[in-house]
Design a binder for this molecule. Sequence first.
Ligand SMILES: Cc1cc2nc3c(=O)[nH]c(=O)nc-3n(C[C@H](O)[C@H](O)[C@H](O)COP(=O)(O)OP(=O)(O)OC[C@H]3O[C@@H](n4cnc5c(N)ncnc54)[C@H](O)[C@@H]3O)c2cc1C
Length: 480
Amino acid sequence: MTTHTAPKKRIIIVGAGAFGLSTALYLQRYHKQHVDVLLLDSQPFPSVDSASGNDTSRAIRPDYTDSFYSNLAKDAMHAWSTDPVFSSHYKQSGRLAAAAPGVPFLQRCRETLKTVGLEVEEFGEMDKAQNLKKKFPMLGDVEKLKGWDFYYNPHAGWANPKEAVISAMKEYQALGGKFIGDSKRGKVVDNLIVDGDDNQLAAAITGRIVGVKTADGRAHHAEHVIYAIGSFSTSQKTLLPGLETQIHPTGFAIAHWKLDDPDELKAWLHHPVVDMYHFGYFFPPDPSTHLMKLGLGIMGFTHDHETDDGDTGVGIARANSALAGSSHEGRIPPIAEEGIRWILSHWAPSLAQKKFFDMKMCWDAMTPDGGWLIDNHPQVQGLSVATGGSGHGFKFLPVVGQFICEALNLVQTEAVGSVTPRSTDHRKRQMREKWKWGRKGNLNVKDRRVALQGRPILNVVEHLESDRCHDIDSIIRSRL
Ligand SMILES: Cc1cc2nc3c(=O)[nH]c(=O)nc-3n(C[C@H](O)[C@H](O)[C@H](O)COP(=O)(O)OP(=O)(O)OC[C@H]3O[C@@H](n4cnc5c(N)ncnc54)[C@H](O)[C@@H]3O)c2cc1C
């Protein structure tokens, strides 16, 4: 007697950043008897275009105003501490959360953290900045921090994203996972869609997806295709038809500096991540490279450029891979550098005049409401999207693949051995509601500042080519 085994479901995941790689790893680890995964990326791994693999530090924290994300982050942090693929890349430095005078954000985070069972440390009402200095002597210009709100959360830290994704990819490939990272063989340029009885290959907006075409002209067939291409979701309209204003690709400026003096290094080593809400955040030195980094959040950048198939209306991400050898490589707009120095002059005065290097723009997919976009496409059967990291997606690298599979209802079997428990039905309902395609607040949002909660969005090319820095004062004043 022969036993009949169902053929494996073929799944193509496009994009090997945090969302795509985590999904591929989860499926390969726990469901490989039932699925056959192919992971594609348009760049050699880790992609220089990715928000996940092209930087030195990412904050890992449970501080949110929405307990739904705080609870997901708690699961992620458990995995960062216990999953051997990730644990050596996580440093529990703690995090100082700060907000400008009058901004209620921190108070809301305190309340959420309490509801998920986490306590933070306060600095008292009087002499707050002096008390901060007692705990973290290198932090803060006491005069300049008058009126700022801040607390210290010991249940937080940071990770080196490049090292963490390399570790995840190693595990995925060691388990037999297939990956192509290449500007021709891995870059997806078209969907293969069959429409009803008409078995023609066509870029239709309705029908059933049967695979994708890559830039080398090859067809890859699958029953399910998941786009996890982050800020590149808008680069080619035909890949995710009807996406419209649900994703706003936004660039953020980052700069590094090195601590060469051993005493200075020692003084900074045990400092926390410092995150000034909507201004930017910087990291303690990496113990092995002695590098520190600040990511600027007070402004975002956009790149208006028409794609081959017309204007997306929301701009497209500017690929770092396309800048190699150009005069813009390794540069950020001068106004961004001014912003970074302003933040340091307030929060870490001894670092404000450091020589910066490894400066670059890093792009992420921002949604107008700040939630992720993880759903099945409403018109194309078998096509899904998993994106919208919105500046906070990386910390979920160890677990977001499971959440994506749960939200998309991709696998029916139990994941035996996973460090993250299966989501309850209640949480799954919340995921589907919060990450839904076509959420009202994300459609028809032409004002790009909405995706940055009112912060300014500047044109990156214009600002790289001018040394116009004077606007920085008015931008800062408008946030204080
Ligand atoms: C400056 C900055 C700082 C941040 N700081 C934090 C932080 O401290 N903590 C935190 O949790 N999050 C942070 N984030 C957010 C986080 O990094 C992102 O939300 C997350 O990494 C997004 O992952 P992703 O998989 O959606 O996209 P990405 O990592 O960008 O991956 C997309 C991938 O798709 C590939 N791709 C694109 N087009 C194609 C195509 N046509 N075919 C095949 N492949 C393609 C790209 O090469 C890339 O590898 C930050 C983001 C930025 C920009």
